[in-house]
Design a protein around this ligand. Sequence first.
Ligand SMILES: Nc1ncnc2c1ncn2[C@@H]1O[C@H](COP(=O)(O)OP(=O)(O)OP(=O)(O)O)[C@@H](O)[C@H]1O
Length: 263
Amino acid sequence: MLKIEGLSKTFNQDTPLENRVIDALSLKVERKDFITLLGSNGAGKSTLLNLIAGTLEEEEGQIILDGQELTPMKAYKRANLIGRVHQDPRLSVSPNMTLLENLSLADAKGHSFSLKKAIDLNRTSYYKEQLSTLGLGLETKLHTKIGLLSGGQRQAVALFMAVMKKPKLLLLDEHTAALDPRTSEIIMGVTEKLISQEEITTLMVTHNMNHALSYGNRLIMMHEGRIVEDLRGKDKAELTAQDVIAMFKKNAEVIEDRMVLGL
Ligand SMILES: Nc1ncnc2c1ncn2[C@@H]1O[C@H](COP(=O)(O)OP(=O)(O)OP(=O)(O)O)[C@@H](O)[C@H]1O
């Protein structure tokens, strides 16, 4: 469903700061996969998501979504196929607009519109009904500016907006990292509910070991721009925190060995 082949990205090419962040990476994602993506700081996780979303341009490789080559497609066009939620809610929602205005804009995505025209009163009762299923009281906040909602409510709105148009692919980039532990759990519950309800193929970057282990059907670990572990099904279900720590250690040791050997 998503096929990535030989994807590479180097920042600051041909300068002393040259950094090959994605290194000939290949990945095949199956329909309805819910992949948790782990990796140490700087492993290239966000860069991979940026390349898929088209906010960064690859230097080599192909990204094919449902048979469609994404690489020549601009980010705003890919946004019709790909939903995205960031750690910072300001990147996913407009804080100075009301919840209803934000939802109407997300609903009108891909069409030319005026905001006034986009607010469809018939949709308002649908939004209320859908929002009430999230259990965060958002159905009573339709006329509240998003900036006045709690961090958890904002992320729930961002998620709701990201899946509203049933994207082929959902990219979650540490979307619970800025939330307190309790709210983070609530948002993960909402995430799972929306993903399974809409059957959306998902790639979720996280530093939260529990989330990486308990959610999804597949766990991928990235290191230095490559995929170094890819576990699914039973292998993923049986994975423990100790196993994941051992994977991190193994990769760190490879770097240490290389440094010692000057490779
Ligand atoms: N626009 C950019 N220009 C130059 N370097 C960049 C840019 N974006 C990212 N990098 C560098 O690329 C490397 C990988 O960054 P990336 O954000 O993809 O890592 P990550 O795995 O998401 O890390 P983290 O877990 O810390 O968020 C880092 O060394 C980062 O400094």
